[in-house]
Design a protein around this ligand. Structure first.
Ligand code: ATP
Length: 216
């Protein structure tokens, strides 16, 4: 799936951006397919805002987000749902697990979204084992620590097809060991699908071999 932005500007941040400039806002960028892309920015400069524009869950902008050459606004609800099921996965900064469901049910819901399971139970077990969350799979999401939730949200995002994975500070509550393992799972999942990702974070990091980096 082609993903591009043209002169994209958040309405609430227009003034701030016109004073400070940006490597992303108000630029024209065609995100190169299959690339590992990092967008770095200090807190409060719009990383979460950008991710929500790319995923089409927030609309207070001027300019365009282009999906396969067409602005999000040209797609109807069912086409947007189809693109999110087949082409675009996401790890939200606020995770957005269903609290009334167990951790495993959260994962399975995504895994079966398109009608048939994308990953086998054994593949889900293996990911949970690698990220050390096997023991919480039957617990309600509401009872998990933030770091456990983050690992469940990462696994959930990897149980669907995608050509782009959006990630908003995905390792913010993980220790070094789990960050390394989660990054490896994500890199493997992208390579298996020939997919790229766009990751936002505050600082420089060595979690991935980024092929493109932008300053927001
Ligand atoms: N609806 C809104 N109205 C006014 N200001 C807003 C609105 N939404 C976001 N902002 C402001 O836009 C800025 C960017 O917010 P955003 O959450 O995208 O930043 P961020 O870079 O992801 O921050 P963090 O690293 O702290 O998560 C913030 O200063 C925020 O207060």
């Amino acid at each position: 799936m082609q993903l591009a932005i043209q002169q994209l500007l958040p309405v609430p941040l227009k003034e701030k951006i016109s004073q400070q400039g940006s490597g992303v806002w108000n630029n024209e960028i065609q995100f190169e397919e299959g690339k590992f892309i990092k967008i770095k920015a200090p807190s409060g400069t719009g990383k979460t805002t950008l991710i929500h524009y790319l995923y089409n869950t927030r609309y207070d902008y001027t300019g365009k987000v282009l999906v396969n050459g067409n602005p999000w606004q040209d797609y109807n609800a069912s086409q947007v749902a189809q693109l999110r099921q087949q082409e675009l996965s996401i790890i939200f900064q606020d995770l957005r697990l269903f609290e009334q469901l167990t951790a495993l049910e959260n994962i399975q819901l995504k895994n079966c979204m398109s009608g048939k399971a994308y990953c086998t139970d054994a593949e889900i077990d293996s990911m949970a084992n690698q990220l050390q969350v096997s023991h919480v799979l039957q617990q309600s999401a509401a009872t998990l620590s933030y770091g456990e939730r983050q690992r469940i949200a990462i696994i959930r995002a990897l149980t669907q097809p995608f050509s782009w994975l959006l990630m908003d500070e995905p390792f913010s509550h993980l220790d070094e060991n789990n960050t390394r393992k989660a990054a490896q799972l994500i890199a493997d999942a992208c390579k298996k699908r020939n997919a790229g990702f766009i990751l936002t974070d505050l600082d420089d990091d060595q979690h991935f071999e980024y092929q493109l980096e932008y300053q927001l």
